[in-house]
Design a protein around this ligand. Structure first.
Ligand SMILES: *[C@@H]1O[C@H](CO)[C@@H](O)[C@H](O)[C@H]1NC(C)=O
Ligand SMILES: *[C@@H]1O[C@H](CO)[C@@H](O)[C@H](O)[C@H]1NC(C)=O
Ligand SMILES: *[C@@H]1O[C@H](CO)[C@@H](O)[C@H](O)[C@H]1NC(C)=O
Ligand SMILES: CC(=O)N[C@H]1CO[C@H](CO)[C@@H](O)[C@@H]1O
Length: 327
């Protein structure tokens, strides 16, 4: 039974995190799974293994893919909305149809990588493109030095884009707390972030952990762009931007907790202008006392950060998953 060790590992992964994540589902009988892994589960195990391995190979060749692959998975998943039996968006491969959106600039490259790998395996293993995107994001984290993240699969692919606006706009007192769009607005303040991520089932510590992914990858700078691009900033200009600056840390291709000490350094006003780049939601984690508590904890304890990030990633991408097991 070659499948046995993988089944056991996948199951133990599920078991360890089961209390928070599978509140309404009965856990499968471990013994039964070991003895008779269903044909479909066996296929999924094989398919996810192959897919993870292929993504690892790509990342070994080009470490700068880690940030974009993780961003791809985030952007496919965060559009989820669920209220009163109505559900839309979420991790369902719709990102293919959303590349024109400004916030999705730079995602063509990682999408092509995932599509190419997915195209090789989907006929045999029945893994959707949405599953492949979510798995690739998890592999990017692991390969860049972060935690191993098993995830539930069984997503369906859709053939259109997700809505840009939420059905229900939410806001608290402040002007910048208004949550109207399915993608997070980079101008959200602390209350806006709370509202935005509450919708996705994430706690404060979990969304602060997710923000830590800003330590991975680069952001587009307008420095060095051609005059014609500066006049008309098209998607092509953004895709091919010559200057990509690190966000908050210089270890741009490493998944680590360096984001949090960087925020603390900023808080103590000891960061030089031009040294790092923050967006307003980063700053929101510093100026809000409740959120800043988590920044300090994660700066102090990388393994706590990894565990919290893993849980947050699973919650985010599993909103549309249907399998009971994690792969
Ligand atoms: C899964 O992979 C194992 C080992 O490579 C193979 O023996 C088995 O037949 C595969 N099962 C399916 C359903 O693809
Ligand atoms: C397999 O994936 C490729 C690329 O994502 C897609 O073009 C093709 O239609 C898929 N085929 C099946 C059978 O799902
Ligand atoms: C900007 O570039 C796009 C794509 O090349 C083009 O369709 C559009 O007309 C241009 N806009 C202006 C104002 O030049
Ligand atoms: C736009 C769209 O069709 N979104 C779908 C994404 O997938 C989830 C789960 O399958 C559906 O609930 C959404 O409606």
């Amino acid at each position: 039974m070659q499948l046995l060790p993988i089944t056991r590992a996948a199951f133990l992964g599920t078991l360890a995190l089961a209390p928070q994540l599978l509140p309404f589902q009965r856990l499968p009988n471990f013994q039964a799974l070991d003895e008779v892994p269903s044909e479909k589960a066996a296929q999924t195990i094989n398919g996810s293994k192959i897919l993870r391995e292929r993504v690892r190979e790509q990342l070994a060749r080009d470490t700068s893919l880690a940030g974009p692959l993780l961003r791809l998975a985030f952007h496919d998943a965060t559009t989820f909305e669920s209220s009163n039996g109505f559900q839309s968006g979420g991790s369902n491969g719709s990102i293919r149809f959303e590349l024109e959106k400004m916030e999705n600039r730079g995602l063509i490259r990682p999408l092509h990588v995932v599509e190419a790998i997915h195209g090789e395996i989907n006929k045999t293993y029945g893994i959707s493109l949405a599953d492949a995107i979510a798995l690739a994001g998890a592999v990017a984290v692991e390969q860049a030095g972060g935690p191993f993240i098993p995830i539930r699969l069984g997503r369906s692919d859709v053939s259109r884009s997700d809505p840009t606006y939420l059905r229900k706009t939410q806001r608290r007192e402040t002007e910048r707390s208004v949550v109207a769009e399915t993608m997070p607005n980079p101008g959200l303040d602390a209350d806006g972030l709370r509202l935005y991520f509450e919708r996705l089932g994430l706690s404060e510590s979990e969304f602060v952990a997710l923000s830590g992914a800003h330590s991975l990858g680069r952001h587009v700078s307008l420095l060095g762009m051609s005059p014609s691009c500066l006049k008309n900033l098209t998607q092509k200009c953004l895709e091919e931007a010559p200057t990509l600056l690190p966000f908050v840390s210089s270890s741009v291709d490493r998944f680590d907790n360096s984001y949090f000490p960087a925020l603390m350094k900023w808080n103590s006003r000891s960061v030089f202008i031009g040294e790092v780049a923050f967006i307003p939601t980063d700053v929101a984690l510093v100026v809000d006392k409740g959120l800043y508590r988590h920044v300090v904890r994660f700066a102090d304890d990388q393994s706590l950060y990894f565990r919290t990030f893993r849980r947050a990633y699973q919650k985010l991408v599993e909103n549309t998953a249907t399998s009971v097991l994690r792969y």
